[in-house]
Design a protein around this ligand. Sequence first.
Ligand code: GLN
Length: 492
Amino acid sequence: MTDLHRLSIRELAEGLAQAQFSSRELTAHYLKRIEKIDAQVQSYVTVTAEQALAQADAADALRQAGQATVLTGVPIAHKDIFCTQGIRTSAGSKMLDNFISPYDATVVAKGKTAGLVTLGKVNMDEFAMGSTSESSYYGATKNPWALDHVPGGSSGGSAAVVAADLAPFATGTDTGGSIRQPASFCGLTGLKPTYGRVSRFGMIAYASSLDQGGPMARSAEDCAYLMNVMAGHDAKDSTSIEKDVDDYVANLNSTAVKSLRIGIPKQYFNVAGLDAAVKARVEESLKKLEEMGATLVEIDLNMTEAYVPTYYLIAPAEASSNLSRFDGVRYGYRCENPTDILDLYKRSRSEGFGPEVQRRILIGTYALSAGYYDAYYVKAQKVRRLIQQDFLKAFENVDVIAAPSAPTTAYRIGASLDPVEMYLGDIYTIAVNLAGLPAINAPVGFDQDQLPVGLQLIGNYWSESQLLSIVHQYQQNTDWHTKRAAIAEENA
Ligand code: GLN
């Protein structure tokens, strides 16, 4: 079989169950593609070929013994922010270039229990700070749709591997849009779950009150399979919620699009910098949902202007605190020949962290320092509450809220946006994290340069099934999610 990489997760599960191919054949097929094609995309930081083949053999043995579950033997790529026992976990940073994790993140452990085969670890912005994946110590990952463009970030590697068919699905994390924006830039489906739905244990922390892991794949159906693996309470993460998990696959047709009320925030479609083609594709997708029976309702989200300043205080503040653990002493990068302990701290951190991470540490430390704490951090927390209330008020009248995932399509590599320009590109995604809500990106067409455009649907708390179900039904009626970049059509 030469086209195993074209199969959906359901088709892979069925093919394995019916012994049309083995996990070893499937895994070897992907490894061959990675070897041939990834030099162009540069999505993998570490390929774990040997271990993947061993996991595949173990999966095949389980199947022989009649002990396989639905995903036993299906390959996956993990964002290099999830700790993997015995395998480097870099978070895209020189600081952790030599870090071999002694344990698995809960998400990785759950993947192993489900029988998933880890192909490797994929690239990301350093410590998940960024929107292009260019801040990675390992260099820029390319957008499979246009190799001179970025795949988005910070989960750019996760998006690129799926869009190039170098993994059937991937894990990502989303602190301020890092699943939804790269999914949008690469023509994929990506779900950011409600805060607390997926365990953060072993997921290297950026901003702990915002971070959430989730699935990235071609379709809502594929994402639902991975959500079934990732979601659930974890005693090792005190912010993970003890609440029953849905069967996201079984629920794919559970929401009636016919009676759905979709909120259209006035303020979102008047944002300066919203690209005309993005606006047009998003509006067309909403028209399609309307044809399918949904009702579009204009709503107000009055706090829109506060999103960027609020997020860019809270996220760096938490980052400065989280990243203080990288001191050159316990693990990670250590400078050469320190003269004393202060020199060791200073040079290890100056040499180990890249410029964007250093910028955030400086901003965050400033916002938290005595004298400024009330004016900045405390104020930002109050505004955060108002942003959440704005959403909750909207959800009294509508079931979901529609928006673009990003104001533009993918940037050119090296477009060298200044930091504020880059931060403004997060306008549509960051409020969702501040409020802790779930949201999904679905591909809805292309701009004039054949770069993908994404629609974002934001749901109320715990509405992951509803979001997946709406997008699934949209995808049953459209074919944007089946479009493939030229490089994905290449055979190994
Ligand atoms: N672009 C945003 C930032 O740089 C979001 C990143 C993320 O979600 N990890 O903070």
